[in-house]
Design a protein around this ligand. Structure first.
Ligand code: GLU
Length: 481
């Protein structure tokens, strides 16, 4: 078995789509699992639609995900001379031929086929031209495309996902398909095969939507006398409504999820399960664990469903698994952007900040949620969530009085630790003749402005004595205003 060489070959005509990222991930996993190489090729032959911005977005997306590639990036557009040489090799061997048909002539063949209710197939009229005539017309500067001469028979391959797929050659595409345009630029299938041969690709793994290209590509490999790689066609990704994933379903760009506070590890884990099952009901995995478990046998045929709720759930799982040290560097830019803290400020109280992250990460599904939950611990003055106020401070006068008594009780706590806090607060609740919850809920609003937070003693510890007491004072004041 030669060392596997795989590639991700996006066309830079837009952002990095989750489907593209999934393809990149599976190629990467396969290469890393079997000690092979993962190469990156930017398919920028379509100059009109390719942009540098898209290329940059693809690099950034892959970098964020941590899918590193081996060797230099290959730009397809830089290899047109080789694509032309490969086409010439096929012409010289009589496996391809020049076609001088104009668009108008082709339109007639097409409409005749439509009248007969047949699919369009090129009628090979240019294949019948004698070599002298071809030479004369080329010399006269008449434009010509190059068509591949479709042999009889059938083309089959053992797909790593679908098992054997067979096409009768007479059913492939439009018959003798074009490999070079009349301006001597390659058609996709010619460029891809030429590049995959030059890059020594042994496994081509890509979306199901390319299945119809594969027999054409196999025929090109055969005609060029090159080794045919293995093929794996990954299942489509659908939205939760069972339709092909599109913008209608929400964010489909990897970058969007980065901005929404998804961790790259969670995104990778989620993408890995779109079309792959590691078995044994395993779901939550680090990238290293995915590499360890990856195998083509686990690749699924049926379309997979992109469920954003599952992605959030997965992110929550990864947040719980990661240490505060790992999460903090990703979180800090979000906190800075929100204006809650600066990186320097957080570095100065690193230990406190990490314990805050540990406190909040277990309840959050996204970095955004952590940011929201972290606000009361980072900013000076908090705002009260109107819903929390309506629910927990129904009677302003009574609430103010209760919070004032709570503050007085808390002020006696010494040292400022959970055990004495709890003893004091239980005794206080008993004295008030109410359950602890009746004390803690209004207090939580005073301390955080929210109805949801970590345990109340954790909140008090995170805020510290002075700030906790000041918050209670501020709440009393605001209720009496
Ligand atoms: N550039 C093609 C695409 O974006 C990929 C072709 C391939 O993987 O063979 O779909």
């Amino acid at each position: 078995m030669p060392t596997p060489r795989l590639r991700f070959a996006p066309s830079p005509t837009g952002y990095l789509h989750v489907g593209g990222a999934r393809t990149a991930l599976f190629n990467w996993l396969y290469a890393r699992r079997y000690g092979g190489q993962f190469l990156l090729r930017i398919e920028d032959t379509d100059k009109a639609r390719s942009t540098d911005d898209s290329t940059r977005a693809i690099f950034e997306g892959l970098e964020w995900l941590g899918l590193d590639h081996d060797e230099d990036v290959v730009y397809q557009g830089a290899n047109v001379e080789r694509h032309q040489a490969h086409a010439r090799q096929l012409l010289d061997a009589g496996k391809a031929y020049r076609c001088f048909c104009t668009q108008a002539e082709l339109a007639v063949i097409r409409s005749d086929a439509a009248v007969r209710k047949d699919a369009f197939r090129y009628d090979r009229r240019c294949h019948r031209l004698g070599p002298d005539e071809v030479a004369r017309r080329v010399a006269a500067g008449e434009p010509s495309a190059v068509r591949f001469f479709m042999p009889e028979g059938e083309t089959a391959w053992k797909d790593l996902v679908h098992d054997t797929i067979t096409f009768a050659n007479k059913d492939i595409g439009e018959g003798d398909f074009i490999i070079m345009r009349s301006d001597n630029t390659p058609i996709y299938n010619m460029a891809v095969v030429s590049d995959d041969i030059a890059m020594g690709i042994t496994v081509v793994m890509r979306g199901d939507d390319h299945i119809s290209n594969t027999p054409k590509q196999i025929l090109l490999y055969e005609a060029l006398g090159a080794t045919i790689p293995q093929f794996a066609h990954l299942p489509m990704i659908h939205g939760t409504d069972g339709k092909k994933l599109s913008k209608r379903h929400g964010a489909t760009a990897v970058g969007d999820y980065q901005h929404l506070g998804i961790l790259p590890g969670a995104m990778l884990n989620f993408l890995a399960l779109l079309g792959w099952s590691p078995g044994n009901d395993i779901e939550v995995m680090t990238l290293a664990e995915m590499v360890e478990r990856f195998s083509a046998d686990g690749l699924l045929r049926k379309a997979s469903v992109f469920d954003p709720k599952k992605l959030e759930w997965m992110n929550g799982q990864h947040l719980s698994l990661q240490s505060a040290e790992e999460i903090a560097p990703r979180l800090i830019p979000y906190l800075e952007r929100a204006g809650f803290a600066t990186a320097d400020d957080l570095a100065a109280r690193r230990e406190w900040f990490h314990s805050l992250v540990d406190l909040l990460k277990v309840r959050a599904r996204t970095l955004d949620e952590i940011v929201h939950q972290a606000e009361p611990y980072l900013v000076e003055t908090i705002t009260y969530d109107p819903e929390a106020v309506a629910k927990q401070w129904k009677d302003p006068a009574a609430s103010a009085a209760l919070l004032e008594r709570t503050r007085a009780a808390l002020a006696t706590v010494e040292p400022w630790d959970p055990t004495p806090m709890e003893e004091t607060m239980r005794a206080f609740a008993e004295g008030e003749g109410v359950s602890a919850g009746k004390i803690f809920q209004p207090m939580r609003v005073a301390l955080t402005g929210m109805t949801v937070s970590p345990g109340i003693f954790d909140v008090l510890v995170a805020l510290g004595r002075d700030r906790s007491l000041a918050r209670l004072d501020a709440a009393v004041q605001s209720l009496r205003r």
